[in-house]
Design a protein around this ligand. Structure first.
Ligand SMILES: Cc1cc2nc3c(=O)[nH]c(=O)nc-3n(C[C@H](O)[C@H](O)[C@H](O)COP(=O)(O)OP(=O)(O)OC[C@H]3O[C@@H](n4cnc5c(N)ncnc54)[C@H](O)[C@@H]3O)c2cc1C
Length: 435
């Protein structure tokens, strides 16, 4: 078999999962790593995410007096995801999460802080970590790209989509990529699928996530399920394909989001009469998406809540877009939104803010079945030699539907699998483990 190029590790997809896998593998100077990215211009979901990293047991939590651990984090996820079979993966990802949060800060210079003002449904303690300026995923991607550029044994090849896998005797031995429109065959000791999920593939969405039909899509155009398709062709097993990250606080007509902390600060959701219809604090924002899908709903919050909620890139985007409004009294607000029977809690301090919200989908959460090292499993059992997957290309940890997503699960599966796969490949090279 002949190849145009030969590397040790070929990573398909240059988002969080792909770059963390590359960086961890490349700590072994004997490994040549190439990251093939479809298009940084179109972007990755990590770039547009809030960059909130869920991790239990970090030094940031200890400094704040918060008693957390990977085990507690894993128990919280498993309590809502409805998928006990995912426990080995959930445990493995939660175990490495505090390590990569501290690595980002200590080795890569990422400005990390614990989001004490970022309460989320199902999280028994504050454990979302973010960048100090709250710039979101853009800042995280800058950090990862800078580190990859500085690594002498990583090549980042932009505008070079993977178009297929190359296999021999049931093992993956390389990938086909398009460089400047020309097909190149890249031989590789291991191929890492890090191309996110399929939320922008209408046919796959219709087949696997029909309940999301018609919902606003808030992710990037590059998430077309390519990697999952190649895995399926090779006989890989898939899991949780009906799972997706929804969002119940997308502002109608604008496509920006409101801060999910608002319900935890006391914000209320009302229907077109002005009546509350849900326990706002009891819902994760993904599950909330399903609840409000068929309603006209308005989220209302007051001035102190607003001051806290504005510490996020998504509220700044909403403000710039004019996606919420300001009102001096409940009567003005009720008139502006035609809410005939609105009664707000007596302690709401004006001015009041409001936005009409709808449901959206951000990413899919199901994909190729992997083990805790990110090795892709075959439908008939065993794993496909040489093939790894993580992030949105893998089966995820959010159970079978949109209801099992806990805040932070998306980037946990991206950075966590990137870390597990990269470390595994570096160790494999040193002959510490087989496979
Ligand atoms: C608006 C928004 C907010 C979010 N907020 C959060 C949050 O705060 N916390 C959280 O945990 N999760 C969040 N998520 C989910 C999270 O962003 C994703 O789960 C995570 O970024 C997935 O990482 P990834 O590396 O798998 O994919 P990505 O970051 O999307 O990277 C995949 C890369 O693969 C490339 N690619 C695609 N196809 C190919 C191909 N054929 N060949 C080569 N490259 C290819 C893409 O161009 C892309 O660069 C959010 C998602 C969205 C959309």
């Amino acid at each position: 078999m002949t190849f145009d190029d030969q590397v040790d590790v070929a990573v398909l997809g240059g988002g969080a999962c792909g770059l963390v896998a590359a960086l961890r593998a490349a700590r072994d100077p004997g490994l040549v790593v190439a990251v093939y990215e479809k298009s940084t211009r179109e972007g990755c979901n990590t770039r547009y995410s809030s960059g909130s990293l869920a991790a239990g047991g970090t030094r940031y939590q200890r400094a704040a007096g918060i008693d957390d651990s990977p085990g507690r984090h894993a128990r919280d996820i498993l309590a809502v995801n409805g998928d006990p079979a995912s426990a080995p993966i959930v445990n493995a990802l939660c175990r490495v999460a505090p390590r990569y949060v501290e690595w980002l800060a200590d080795d890569l210079g990422h400005p990390v802080e614990l989001g004490l003002d970022m309460a989320r449904a199902g999280q028994s303690v504050p454990r979302l970590h973010t960048d100090t300026g709250r710039a979101g995923g853009a800042r995280l991607m800058e950090t990862l790209r800078r580190a990859a550029e500085a690594a002498p044994n990583i090549a980042f090849v932009d505008n070079a989509p993977g178009i297929g896998l190359i296999s021999r005797n049931d093992a993956v031995v390389g990938a086909e990529v398009l460089e400047n429109g020309v097909k190149r065959r890249v031989g590789a000791g291991a191929v890492v699928l890090a191309a996110d999920g399929f939320a922008n593939n209408p046919a796959m969405m219709a087949e696997h996530c029909p309940e999301a039909e018609g919902a606003f899509y808030g992710g990037v155009s590059t998430s077309t399920g390519d990697a999952i398709g190649w895995g399926l062709e090779l006989g890989a097993a898939v899991r949780n394909m009906g799972s997706f990250l929804g969002h119940g606080l997308v502002v109608q007509g604008h496509g920006t989001r409101l801060n999910p902390v608002l319900p935890f600060l006391g914000a209320v959701l009302v229907d077109d009469q002005g009546h509350r219809f849900v326990d706002e604090k009891a819902q994760g924002y993904s599950k909330l998406g399903r609840i409000i899908a068929d309603r006209r709903a308005v989220l209302i919050w007051d001035q102190p809540m607003h001051e806290t909620a504005m510490h996020s890139e998504l509220m700044r985007e909403s403000e710039t877009a004019g996606a919420f409004t300001t009102h001096p009294t409940p009567a003005h607000l009720a008139a502006a939104y035609s809410l005939p029977d609105l009664t707000l809690p007596a302690d709401f301090t004006p001015p009041l803010r409001a936005g009409r919200v709808t449901s959206g989908i951000l990413t899919t959460q199901g994909g190729l079945l992997v083990d805790p090292r990110g090795r892709v499993q075959h439908r008939t059992g065993g794993w496909i030699k040489g093939l790894y997957a993580g992030g949105g290309s893998a089966c995820g940890i959010s159970g079978p539907s949109s209801e099992g997503y806990m805040s932070g699960n998306g980037l946990l599966a991206a950075l966590g699998f990137g870390w597990l796969i990269g470390d595994h490949l570096a160790a494999r090279e040193r002959g510490i483990m087989a496979g």
